[in-house]
Write a protein that binds this ligand. Structure first.
Ligand code: AMP
Ligand code: FE
Ligand code: FE
Ligand code: ZN
Length: 273
């Protein structure tokens, strides 16, 4: 019997709203038995829920989503099946969480100056000690009634280039690839449709040593899937996919609706079982 995977999910250890256990349970309810929790800059969910996943026969793949800079473009790289106990990985992720925290506070201060009085402490609470991100700030703005939705917060205040936007620190792409390869893992380009001139960029990322591209994703349509798949096949790279579920913070909950057959992700399974 073919098993199915979801290799792109988020929990409240970064900017999702679900508990790790809920991710496992909802995935299982949809017949998914291979799961990667790819929180931004954080492995906490893996350690929290590994024993539980084992106990219900879900293969939990170590994962993280890394924000990288490539020729001035913000590219998200999914890291998979690396040694979860690798100290260099842990140290780099911790350093990025620290800079996210500083940047989050700076954005709160900027919002104050603009007349939006949200509390640092509340943003801290919403981030729950994990990787702080703009969605936490957006939720604090919604709670205070300054905007009607997270989407409106991004559109008017904290989206790229908006008045309260402050950029965050990113990995250099070669750095991210070296770090993850050094820990025995593989890398994939997340949601490739999000980037300008994505086909050229994908070639550039493959040149930099990225191993795969995420072709099953809510934002990758059929035509794009075919194009990215062809580029990957031509370059001897492989394919990944997932729901990119963030729980209720995004307009749609996608967990369970994006199933990736195990035949697609051999290189990850080889490193995980
Ligand atoms: P940050 O990493 O702090 O810059 O925040 C970026 C995160 O915000 C992304 O990973 C998405 O999860 C989320 N995001 C980006 N745009 C939107 C949007 N329009 N609505 C809701 N969430 C968004
Ligand atoms: Fe996110
Ligand atoms: Fe992403
Ligand atoms: Zn994601």
């Amino acid at each position: 019997m073919t098993r199915y995977a979801d290799l792109h999910t988020h929990t409240y250890h970064s900017d999702g709203t679900r508990a790790p256990r809920e991710v496992i349970d909802v995935a299982r309810a949809h017949g998914i038995t291979i799961v990667a929790i790819s929180d931004h800059d954080n492995l906490a969910a893996f350690f929290e829920i590994k024993a539980y996943a084992d106990s219900v026969d879900v293969l939990l793949v170590p994962a993280a989503e890394l924000s990288c800079a490539v020729d001035g473009v913000d590219v998200h790289v999914l890291a998979y099946a690396f040694d979860a106990f690798n100290e260099r990985v842990a140290a780099r992720l911790a350093a990025f969480r620290e800079t996210r925290h500083t940047r989050g506070y700076r954005m709160v201060d900027r919002l104050h100056a603009l007349g939006y009085a949200i509390d640092r402490d509340r943003v801290d609470q919403l981030a729950g000690g994990g990787a702080m991100g703009r969605p936490h700030i957006a939720r604090a703005l919604v709670e205070k009634g300054y905007v009607a939705s997270v989407a409106e917060a991004f559109d008017t205040l904290i989206g790229t280039g908006k008045p309260a936007f402050i950029d965050k620190e990113r990995f250099r792409i070669d750095d991210a690839v070296a770090l993850i390869h050094g820990a025995g893992g593989v890398t994939s380009v997340a949601h490739p449709s999000h980037y300008p001139d994505s086909e050229t960029l994908l070639a550039r990322l493959f040149d930099a040593g990225i191993d795969a591209v995420e072709v099953i994703h809510p934002d990758v349509d059929d035509a794009a899937r075919e194009t990215f798949t062809n580029i990957a096949r031509f370059r001897n790279k492989f394919l990944t996919g997932g729901s990119d579920d963030h729980g209720t913070v995004k307009a749609k909950e996608t967990l369970g609706s994006f199933r990736v057959p195990e035949t697609l992700i051999g290189p990850i399974l080889e490193r995980s079982e």
